[in-house]
Design a binder for this molecule. Sequence first.
Ligand code: ADP
Ligand code: ZN
Ligand code: ZN
Length: 726
Amino acid sequence: MSAATSTVVRVALPVPMPRLFDYLAEAGAEDVGRCVRVPFGRDEKLGVILAVGVESDLAPERLRPVIALRRDLPPLPADWLALVGFAAAYYHAPIGEVVALALPPGVRRASAFTPAEADPFVAVSQAGRAVLDEGRSGRTRAFVATLATAGSLRRARARELPDGDKLAEAMRRGWVERVAAPGAVHAGGAAPTATDDQRAAIDAVTERLETFDCWLLQGVTGSGKTEVYLRLAERALEAGRQVLMLVPEIALTPQLEGRVAARFPNAAVVSLHSAQAEGARAAGFVEALAGRADIVLGTRLAVFTPLPRLGLILLDEEHDASYKQQEGVRYSARDLAVWRARDRGVPVVLGSATPSLESWEHARRARYRHLRLDARAAAAALPAVRSVDTRRLRLDEGLSPALLDALGQRLTRGEQSLVFLNRRGYAPVLSCTSCGWISGCPHCSANLVVHLAERRMRCHHCGTDASIPAACPSCGDQDIRPFGRGTQRVEQRLVELFPAARVLRVDRDAARTRPQWEALLARIAAGEADILVGTQMMAKGHDFPQLTLVGVIGADASLHAADFRAPERLFQQLMQVGGRAGRAQLAGEVLIQTEFPEHPLYRHLARHDFDGFAARELDERRVAGFPPYSHQAMLRADAPQLDEAQRFLEHARDIANDIAPEGLRVFDVVPMRMTRLARRERAQLLVEADQRALLQRFIGKWLEVLRAQRVPRSLRWQLDVDPLEV
Ligand code: ADP
Ligand code: ZN
Ligand code: ZN
């Protein structure tokens, strides 16, 4: 350690300004990465030291001393600073905003951080072994014998062993002692014998565990991708490394947390997600930073977890849009995970049954290494997928005779069915039959959705909530009706049609909280429901062993959407939801109701042909010049009046045209598809280039000019690099 003398430290603070701040501190080179509390105006803030001993542009007498160097926390490692720096540069976000994103609020707010005492490892001591050799009896001895076979375990886990209540007694007698963390964490629990495909994937990655590669693990639903992740995690843990495992929405994956904990009983597993209490998240972050956490399981924000022993990154459902943050710093956790793995020289495995076309294209061109699991692991066949042509059919609340028939068959056989409809509520709109009034949201360009059960109308975008009027607010006529249908309406009709069946609705209204969602899952698993009516919540990776039929209704609406990514999303969603059918020993069937049975998307789906679909979509994108064959950034602006937002963007467009290098395309300013949201009018401006580097250089210059513009206080603007919605 160099002697600490008063010197200038350069600090990143969580403020929306693209600059750093200088202070005085008793600090040395070893304090780079250290958290520091500093005065800021009349306030205090917690930031991170990025450099020590710099020459400040400020006059020495204007430099203020720091309030406290947070020596209770280990410094953030250099690679963490590099990651934050890269994210700030790539997404053109102020470094302080990225720091604010990456440092959990609980860490920033606490004035001192004393993490809860880590759960230490315990094992049988020499004295304990001697006792076992003597062959004494008793419960404490029985416990020591059990622990001896288990090796070293976390204390909390040891307590869960048979006779675990004797742990304290055994420690008091000196038969069990605290030990240093074992170099290797061992897998426990029963692991199935890997299939040949799984084995090939595991071996391929294991052989290159010491180097960066981006692996695309493309495996059909039920092919055992999770099993591959667990085996690879085991290898990394054996090598004494930490594993970062990212999932789209942790609230939807309690099963995964359970599987990880069961497989690694003596590993320290930390969960990190935004729905967590501030203290728990901060504690998890510090456990990881101190190198004590072995496995970090988290959502997109966990990509910023400091991991000094990082050895492997696993990212499940890599195509999922929730890896992209859609507000504030608009980053992609998937793309940052790949960057981080490369920077650290460790493998990253992206897994999906339906990869994003970007990743699939990388794999096709051998920039990513392609691993495939084409068959289901537990001998179950993929479901039979059929289209039901609804053009000449009379539908009963959207349900075709073929689907009703199939539902009836499942009921007689005692199997479960799912009717999939990605629209919650009773009906998407209420309308007056005599004057044509519709229930529009007063604050958005969207309609108020009818929730008949609660007798409310709600905007799903801004949350506006109103009671259902008794008569038309416009003409007074009482004949106002819900038009179209959502999950509640289908649920209601199914209850009428199948009075003996137990119908269960599974959507955001039925599962608002994680405990509610877990309770629903438990009821489904216990066979307490015959027919499920669900939204995309049902599409995420759950096993429902008794589910043998999936009926899809209302999918055509996305077939002809304006967004060029709409077909990709629809295909992914249908393949995922179809994958819920027929997992265990029971064959599955998927019925897709459509007016376009010949549409190539449905034909590829019926053949489980993701590759065919992907190749075809990519051909179309190449012709149209869409990503991944071009790179995009979207400048968005919103204001109380549309013309205010548009005027700003038109000005930005003029600037862009002035400085645009050859090869950069600047499009027209257009209102966003949903123009009005929560009383603000929104417009956007797309810029595009074939080369990422060219686009990046341009954005740097463009933003410099834009940030110097004076704009009215009522106007807000943001840039979105690699936007998912255009
Ligand atoms: P995915 O993540 O690809 O959808 P999972 O890993 O969840 O698939 O596996 C699907 C089912 O198959 C699970 O019930 C899992 O326990 C089982 N399974 C996975 N691998 C094997 C295997 N090698 N042998 C037997 N069953 C397996
Ligand atoms: Zn009316
Ligand atoms: Zn609204």
